[in-house]
Design a protein around this ligand. Structure first.
Ligand code: HEC
Length: 258
């Protein structure tokens, strides 16, 4: 039987712990040659002014779990310039203003299709390293980060702790000056969060509003598929103020470039 699942159903049945375990197994097997991936394929065809249709596939076989997987993105993308840098934006133009990303799983024992589901939720789980995002205890998620919680409060120290806990560095780079987006299927350099970037011109209120509404002071709508706005937006005002203090205490670094 082929399961057809929604993002909501996956969110319900896939605990973060299971996701972490499987990710670890898969990366180990890939490293030892016991699993295989097929390079990502990208096909672009012109669609409109500056916009292209992008057909993208990624696949892999994971014998330990007796599964082969295909992820497919069918999107309309647009390139435009922002602050002197060229950005690529995926446009949510499928009915209901949606992106189209599907995952298909097949059995390596029988070849049969096992499941078909959208990639929205699982890709976020994977990208966030099955993230510390959420309400898990630190020990449950951060294997290699050893942090003791400072007293909660609107302090630089507590803000620094939250930034580590929520793993902003995973996407925004070690120095928080921007970095290569961790999902190789996305071509993107994340923005600089130090005062050397746009945040150097924001007020605390503007920072909170950006995280809570997903729209920056310059009117740019953050892509919720890429920046976990919903999860970060779940932090309380005081937690966000602490993060703000911490980010503002960082040295003024230039935007990371490749
Ligand atoms: C899964 C990757 C990821 C994580 C984790 C993440 N971000 Fe982001 N963030 C992004 C991406 C990608 C963008 C740019 C999105 C866009 O332009 O559509 C972004 C944009 C932003 C912006 C807007 C900056 C600007 O100059 O426009 C802020 C502020 C921000 N992130 C703060 C944070 C903070 C604080 C954390 C941790 C609590 C965090 N992010 C964690 C990926 C991430």
């Amino acid at each position: 039987m082929t399961l057809i699942l929604t993002n909501e159903e996956i969110e319900e049945i896939l605990p973060v712990s299971a996701c972490l375990q499987v990710l670890e197994e898969a990366y180990r097997d890939l490293g030892s040659g016991a699993a295989a991936t097929v390079p990502r394929y990208d096909v672009f065809t012109p669609e409109g002014v500056n916009s292209y249709y992008e057909y993208k596939t990624m696949s892999g076989v994971f014998p330990r779990r007796k599964i082969a997987a295909l992820r497919l993105n069918s999107s309309v993308v647009k390139w435009h310039e922002k602050a002197g840098k060229v950005r690529k934006d995926k446009l949510p133009v499928a009915p209901g203003n949606r992106f189209v990303g599907l995952v298909m799983l097949f059995s390596t024992e029988t070849g049969e299709p096992l499941a078909i589901f959208p990639d929205g939720y699982v890709q976020k789980m994977r990208v966030a390293g099955a993230g510390a995002i959420g309400d898990l205890p630190v020990e449950a998620v951060s294997h290699n980060i050893n942090v003791t919680a400072p007293v909660a409060g609107v302090t630089t120290e507590y803000g620094g702790y939250l930034v580590t806990l929520v793993e902003c560095r995973f996407c925004h780079g070690q120095e928080l000056a921007g970095g290569v987006y961790p999902d190789p299927s996305v071509t993107l350099i994340t923005p600089n969060l130090t005062p050397g970037g746009e945040l150097g011109f924001w007020t605390e209120e503007q920072f909170l509003a950006t995280i809570q509404t997903g729209v920056t002071p310059s009117g740019h709508e953050l892509n919720p598929e890429l920046m976990p706005i919903k999860e970060v937006g779940n932090l309380t005002d005081d937690e966000l103020k602490a993060i703000w203090l911490y980010l503002q205490s960082l040295p003024k670094l230039p935007q990371y470039t490749e």
